[in-house]
Write a protein that binds this ligand. Structure first.
Ligand SMILES: [Zn+2]
Length: 80
């Protein structure tokens, strides 16, 4: 059985103050005990600069400044 979780990560560029959201998905395969991570969508102005198999090591950068964005995942929190 494959379990799938989706959540969003708040993106914030400290240099220009730009903000965005990344939609990510984490799938867990119980058969192979393997965790898979991927980014489904990123707000315009940001891009995935380093994609790994885990959220904590995946880096998302600001397109304009070319620096890593501050990433804050929020699960079940109201937006705003
Ligand atoms: Zn920026």
């Amino acid at each position: 059985m494959v379990l799938r979780y989706t959540y969003q990560i708040d993106l914030h560029c400290r240099r220009c103050g730009s903000r965005g959201i990344a939609d990510v998905a984490q799938t867990s395969d119980e058969l192979t005990n393997q965790l898979l991570f991927h980014v489904e969508h990123v707000t315009k102005g940001f891009y995935v600069s380093e994609l790994t198999d885990a959220a904590v090591t995946t880096e998302i950068s600001c397109t304009y400044c070319d620096v890593f964005a501050e990433q804050k995942s929020h699960i079940g929190e109201p937006g705003g």
